[in-house]
Ligand binder design. Structure first.
Ligand SMILES: *Cc1c(COP(=O)(O)O)cnc(C)c1O
Length: 396
């Protein structure tokens, strides 16, 4: 397989930067790759497969229902579209035109980020609430619940929240406000795994819709993700994602998820049709999710620690390098190797590693402080020696 990739002129890299999208997220495990290849060579009914996926996702997240998406970003677009249109086929058909509709998502100002474009792409408009004083040295406060509640108008479609370890206000507080006002709460938790307990946490804390990336820690296909939450919203999201080229009389949606009689017609292909998922994504994501959920966090941490140790071991042979294993800042059990190269410009070292063959990519976000980081998520112990050799070359 690697050979056929190289015949296309696409060279594999050594990814010591973690499961980042621009470096193709996490490699999938061999068993999952085989199952995806088998799926690719078969035919399935996509709606039925999504209904089946919903059962598995519901069991592992505690949500009513869930679907496989083509990424967390697609999950945000579909989740926002569900909040905007509900089960109204006319509204689904109009998106992203939301003129005259409830189309505002209230968001704590500090939660705005580049990925929220997906909510705007569905037709949502953001209404930012509060001020993040805590960013300033003397400030302690972020947006508060009363500010979110005060932003509600007859144009409000829902709340948008980005789950990070230091997100404020706390999610349960926002969930109480959303429920009290009968508004849906859409949560971006794309990169909040591990710990695996977070699969259930945001639903437990009262979110109506939660989005996870499939290609990050779950280890699913790069172009996969999960949208889970309240059944009616998930049905809306799925209807806006599926290809729906049917007459109402002959349409047979999966009865375990979609009650045909809740709808008076077959919706037209919706805004999510352009982020469809393939059978390979559905099969790969579900298998990866089952494996992720069945693996204790300690086992994952142990594997990553062993990889970090072998990196450390191999790097000992490189003169001028100081390396040590450090915990990640958020204490998620993803240890990393911190490297300092005395007498060398760290960014220049990173550039040389990148230009080498094979190209080695690492986390250079702290290069200005003279620190390079090797993140073991996408590595195995077999990468340690090639990485040490690449450092030896880059430093001479
Ligand atoms: C990675 C990420 C996304 C996008 O995830 P994809 O699965 O690549 O679409 C969205 N939001 C946040 C906070 C992320 O970290």
């Amino acid at each position: 397989m690697k050979d056929s990739m190289e015949s296309l002129g696409i060279a594999p890299i050594i990814n010591a930067a973690g499961s980042v999208t621009h470096l193709s997220a996490s490699p999938v495990a061999a068993g999952i790759a085989q199952a995806m290849a088998a799926a690719a060579q078969s035919s399935i009914d996509i709606a039925d497969a999504q209904a089946h996926a919903s059962g598995i996702i519901a069991e592992l997240t505690g949500a009513d229902a869930g679907i496989v998406t083509s990424g967390a970003s697609a999950g945000l677009l579909l989740g926002a579209a569900a909040c905007l249109a509900g089960l109204d086929a006319g509204a689904m058909d109009r998106l992203p035109d939301t003129s005259g509709m409830r189309n505002e998502f209230i968001v704590p100002r500090s939660h705005r980020n580049s990925y929220d474009h997906a909510v705007r792409a569905a037709g949502g408009r953001f209404v930012e609430a509060g001020v993040a004083d805590r960013i300033v040295g003397v400030g302690v406060r972020d947006t508060e619940g009363w500010e979110l509640e005060g932003a509600i108008t007859e144009r409000t479609a829902g709340f948008f929240y980005v789950a990070r370890p230091d997100s404020r206000p706390a999610l349960p507080e926002v969930a109480v406000i959303a429920r009290r006002n009968r508004l849906p709460l859409l949560v971006d938790a794309a990169a909040e795994l591990p710990p695996k307990g977070n699969l259930r946490r945001f639903i437990d804390e009262g979110a109506d819709l939660v989005v996870f990336s499939g290609g990050k820690a779950i280890g699913g296909p790069m172009a996969s993700g999960i949208l889970c939450g309240r059944r009616s919203l998930i049905v809306s999201a799925l209807l806006q994602q599926l290809d729906l080229d049917f007459e109402f009389s002959s349409w047979q949606p999966p009865a375990s998820l979609i009650d045909k009689h809740e709808l008076k017609c077959v919706p037209r292909n919706g805004i999510g049709r352009s982020c469809k998922v393939g059978k390979e994504q559905i099969v790969g994501l579900l298998l990866a999710l089952e494996t992720f959920a069945a693996t204790p966090d300690a086992v994952r941490e142990e594997r990553l620690t062993l990889v970090a140790q072998s990196l450390l071991e191999a790097l000992r042979t490189v003169p001028d390098l100081q390396a040590r294993v450090v915990a990640d800042e958020e204490n998620r059990g993803v240890p990393r190797v911190e490297i300092k190269a005395a007498g060398h410009d760290a960014q220049e070292v990173a550039n040389r590693l990148r230009a080498g063959i094979p190209s080695v990519r690492l986390d250079a976000s702290r290069a200005r402080a003279g620190v390079l980081l090797l993140i073991p998520t996408c590595l195995s112990s077999a990468d340690a020696v090639p990485i040490a050799r690449a450092f030896a070359r880059a430093l001479t």
